[in-house]
Design a protein around this ligand. Structure first.
Ligand code: NAP
Length: 479
């Protein structure tokens, strides 16, 4: 029996070449891995499996709990969802870890500055949950759902990863100045958990400044933890700091399953040409070796990559495809360099990572008090707010709710609203308790029903006070 069993998914486009090179190199280290090869992606979509991930692949992952995969293409025209996203969600790999480091021989505007940082990105929540609706024929909505449990898991994972890799600081990057409830939840969770890791410096940075600082002074960062979409964007930026997507590995970590893959996609135009850079998949394999506890082999492979690059075996993405080495030549050279080291270049000594164990049972936090204090009733309407407002005031007369204001795309337009707003036919009408006392949700629903006799109600939100704090934010211009 082998020491480790790993599900191997070759993937699409350049995937099989990158994975083959990686398997050859990992096998050359002598680590005993039994590969259980299965498929996902384009060929599976083409065979009529709508998710792009067939049952035999799922069964294999459920057994091995560790996956090395090539990129999967998302074909246009069939298959609604990306097979990559399906895999991440199916196995709740909630943490996406994307390290980048300066590499010898790969010259960039940042060479010599010692860039060595990692983006820890929440991987399953946020806007990428993809919960989208058309509220009106021309106003679309995407729900940004952020849970307290999701924030706690990713923050703890970031600190545990920092600990395992011997890193000195964790920065939390959010847009909490604007999205106080959603992005703010990550910031508050970070501030609550950071004191449990007194040896690691912690600080908060607004995500747009984080992007600015990454371009200006990337060496100030060590670990950056952030929400899903922020992390997706800044991790592509960070990969460019060290030479591009050909050098950017990643791990998707969950409580039970870990999936290792490059950040890049299937780059179909290079498929089968023996020219692509397999380093990103190979370094994902290095992350996998560390996860499996094979720290010595992981260090050997990383050193061999550094030696190979320093010797000048560079691929087309760095030196141009007319001059680059072949993928197979690069692979042979890395194997030949196993056991070699170069002066001045170190690799991080890995230690086991304690992936936070989180209860699988449904999380439900009962509040001490949870009062309905109003409702936002959204209208799909051809009328401007100045006409809608008086009609709603008349319709709500004699009910427990009064119209407080109407906003259009987040800015107050009634009463006395900003007259410069370019209104669209979608009004958020904020009703609050007339007496200031708690209401029943049924009061909001009854009012919505009454309004719907004259206008088209397209969406309703409760306004809650939870444990004495407002569970909603104000519109721009609302007092
Ligand atoms: P991509 O496959 O990452 O390719 C974009 C560009 O990045 C390539 O054209 C190439 O740049 C460069 N590149 C990527 N990997 C490289 C490598 N190993 N060596 C050298 N250069 C590399 O992105 P895409 O074209 O947007 O996506 C193609 C397909 O991949 C889509 O179906 C997408 O859905 C899928 N995808 C999958 C994953 C995943 O499996 N995790 C991730 C992203 C995208 P130049 O053209 O400048 O040479």
């Amino acid at each position: 029996m082998s020491a480790h069993e790993v599900t191997l998914i070759p993937g699409d486009g350049i995937g099989p070449e990158c994975v083959e090179a990686t398997v050859r190199i990992l096998e050359a280290t002598g680590v005993d891995i039994a590969w259980d090869e299965h498929h996902a992606g384009e060929r599976v979509f083409a065979a009529g499996v709508a998710s792009g991930v067939p049952q035999d692949t799922i069964d294999s992952i459920n057994r091995t709990r560790v996956v090395l995969k090539g990129p999967l293409g998302t074909p246009v025209g069939y298959g609604e969802k990306s097979a990559n996203v399906t895999l991440r969600k199916l196995f709740e790999t909630y943490g996406n870890i994307r390290p980048v480091r300066e590499l010898p021989g790969v010259t960039t505007p940042y060479s010599g500055r010692g860039v060595d940082l990692v983006v820890v990105r929440e991987n399953v929540e946020d806007l990428y949950a993809g919960i989208e609706h058309m509220q009106t024929p021309d106003v679309a909505q995407c729900l940004k759902l952020i849970s307290a449990k999701g924030c706690e898991k990713i923050i703890r994972l970031a600190f545990e990863y920092a600990k395992a890799e011997g890193r000195r600081s964790v920065a939390c990057a959010t847009k909490s100045n604007i999205m106080k409830l959603t992005e703010g939840e990550l910031k508050r969770t970070f501030e609550r958990i950071a004191p449990e890791y007194p040896d690691i410096e912690s600080w908060h940075v607004i995500i747009d400044n984080c992007a600015h600082q990454l371009v200006k002074k990337p060496e100030q960062f060590d670990v950056i933890v952030t929400t899903n979409m922020n992390g997706d964007i800044i991790s592509d930026l960070t990969s460019a700091l060290v030479g591009g997507l050909g050098f950017a590995p990643s791990a998707n970590l969950g409580t039970d399953v870990a999936i290792f893959e490059a950040v890049h996609g299937s780059a179909p135009k290079y498929a089968g040409r023996n020219v692509i850079n397999p380093t990103a998949v190979l370094l994902s394999g290095v992350m996998m070796l560390k996860y499996l506890g094979e720290f010595e082999a992981a260090e050997d492979v990383e050193h061999a990559v550094l030696v190979t690059l320093a010797e000048g075996t560079l691929l087309g993405d760095v030196v141009g495809y007319d001059k680059g080495a072949a993928t197979s030549e690069f692979t042979d050279n890395v194997i030949a360099n196993l056991g070699q080291r170069i002066d001045g270049w170190t690799v991080r000594r890995g230690r086991p990572i304690a992936v936070p164990q989180v209860s699988r049972s449904l999380t439900f936090r009962p509040a001490a008090t949870k009062d309905v204090v109003g409702g936002d009733i959204f209208l799909d309407s051809p009328l401007p707010a100045a006409e809608v407002g008086p009609q709603l005031e008349a319709l709500s007369e004699g009910t427990p709710l009064r119209l407080k204001m109407i906003s259009n795309r987040g800015t107050k337009v009634y009463p006395d609203g900003n007259a410069n707003i370019d209104q669209v036919g979608h009004h958020r009408c904020r009703f609050v308790s007339r007496t200031g006392t708690a209401l029943a949700f049924a009061d909001v629903l009854a009012l919505a029903q009454q309004i719907n006799t004259r206008h088209e109600v397209c969406h309703i939100e409760r306004l809650l006070r939870i444990d004495g704090a407002d569970g909603f934010t104000k519109a721009q211009g609302e007092d």
